[in-house]
Every structure is written in C-alpha cells, then in structure tokens.
Design a protein around this ligand. Structure first.
Ligand SMILES: [Fe+2]
Length: 286
C-alpha cells in the first residue's frame, strides 16, 4: 500500500476511480465480432466518481497541452517539449496513466494486438452541442496499425456518442478519398461501394464504459444533444510501430520530428523505436 505526498492512500483512490479491479481478455466470440465489425464492447471501467475526477483533471491540465488548433506553432522543434501533444496526456497525468494501463482495457487490447503493447496516445475530447467531427480514420492509424479505445465520460447519449461504420476497417482508403462527404448517408454510400454490408452504428455506452475499435475503422460524431459531451480516447499499437506526431490530417501528411512519449503497457519492447516513459510523479502544470 502506498501513500502520496498529500497523505492520501493511493490504492484507495484508485479503487474509488475504477469500477473493476481485475483484468479481462476477449473471448473467441468477441474476437470474431471485432474482426467482422471492427469494434467490440461495451465494458465497465470508471465509477461515477472516477468519471467526475477524470473530467475535473482535464479542466486543470488542458491548457498545458498543444491542441490541433495550435499546430500552426509546430514549426518550433521544441514546441512539444514545452507544451506536450494533446494525445500525450497519459504520460503527464497520473490518473490518465492509470486508466491507459488498466488491466481491464490492456488485457482486451492484447487479445487483439498480441502480448507486446504500447499506449501511444490518450486524450479527452470535449464536444459542445452542434459539434461535428467528420467521418474519418485517425491519421496516425492510417500510417501504423493499432486499436483505439473510446471511454464515455460525461453526457454520453445516443445523440452525442461516437458513430462507427461497421465493416469499414478493411477499406484501404479513408472516407476523404471518396470525395466530399456531406453527411452520414454520403459516408454510408462511400463505405458500401467497397463493403456492401457496411452499417452505421451508435455504440451504446453508459458513462464510465468503453469499447474498442480497429485503428482503421471509419468513425465520426455529431453532438445533436444539448450538453457538452466528454470522452476519453486511448490508442494502442505494437511496440515496433514508430509513433509520430502529425501536423496535418489529409494527404500529404506533415510530421513533426518530436518523438511523443509512449508507455509499455504489456509485454516487452524489443524494437526500441519509440521513447518509453514511466508513470508521471505528478500532474503537469498548466
Ligand atoms: Fe478519430
């Protein structure tokens, strides 16, 4: 049992944050479903207290990170040394590190990727009412394979949650390769031109629950609800994937030279191509 500098019992704090304590792997049926549809879930992770703490921490630390709308400054080679990439939150916030390493998540990710796994990204996305995140494949996972984990936090409803295109994980091209896509129908038509059985699905989630989806699965969101939605998204790959920071989202993608911190969450790293870091001692200061 550990105590931190404030005298709080770390184990007790962690057990209050998480709804599950042990690990879990995917069953043969779940793995088959993942391979067929490109996603699997949902599963419990955070307690209501853990959800609320994760969101409060975001309010404190968000300004310490470099967000996509600030990438214009990324000509500076040291920008991510001073203000880390917004997808590196797990390397700078102890609570987020604990989430990305949780065995209930990692065990299931390792069922897909194999025993050696790094967590290369974690961020918390706030979507205000009306916010649209276009249909896309994360630019990183267009360049290296992996698994993403979507963890619902606040105001996760069918009106605000992530939409996924079932069956699109095997389409080589991202939605943008099909020309302008105005809406869900346009995305569905594009996907069905390659995979006739593709379907748009809103994954049913309760706050604190998560699901896993293939790095190349098409996804998007449109918050048609009337409240701010907050979700945590984590990204995992095998250690031999060389992780980089994209400065643009469409081809040709520009990359920054800074190596983002990665965390070995399972097994070993024999490739040595990424910068591995340990659990942060304290929260990054905004
Ligand atoms: Fe995405």
């Amino acid at each position: 049992m550990q105590s931190n500098a404030a005298g709080l019992n770390t184990d007790a704090r962690e057990s209050a944050a998480f709804a599950v304590q042990g690990g879990a792997t995917l069953s043969v049926e779940e793995l088959e479903s993942y391979r067929l549809k490109g996603w699997v879930g949902s599963y419990p992770l955070f307690t209501p207290e853990g959800v609320s703490r994760a969101c409060r921490v975001r309010e404190r630390v968000a300004a310490a990170f470099t967000w996509p709308n600030q990438l214009a400054q990324a000509g500076d080679p040291q920008i991510f040394a001073r203000r880390p990439w917004f997808k590196s939150m797990h390397a700078y916030v102890p609570e987020y590190y604990d989430a990305v390493c949780h065995p209930a998540v990692v065990g299931r990710v390792a069922s897909i990727l194999g025993p050696d796994v790094i967590a290369w990204g974690l961020t918390l996305i706030r979507a205000v009412p009306g916010n649209v995140h276009r249909w896309h494949v994360d630019v990183e996972h267009r360049h290296w394979d992996g698994v993403s984990v979507y963890i619902g936090l606040e105001n996760i409803t069918p009106e605000s949650s992530l939409l996924v295109m079932e069956g699109s994980q095997n389409i080589v091209d991202p939605p943008q390769a099909f020309g302008p896509i105005a809406d869900d129908t346009g995305a569905l038509n594009a996907a069905r031109s390659r995979v006739p059985g593709a379907e748009i699905v809103t994954v049913g989630l309760q706050p604190g629950q998560f699901f896993l989806f293939a790095g190349r699965l098409w996804h998007g969101s449109h918050n048609t609800g009337d409240q701010v939605r907050v979700a945590m998204i984590a990204h995992y790959s095998r250690p031999d994937a060389r992780i980089r920071i994209p400065l643009s989202f469409d081809d040709p993608v520009r990359w920054h030279g800074w190596q983002p911190p990665c965390i070995l969450v399972s097994g070993r790293d024999t490739a040595g191509v990424n910068r591995l870091v340990a659990r942060p001692h304290r929260e990054v200061q905004a």
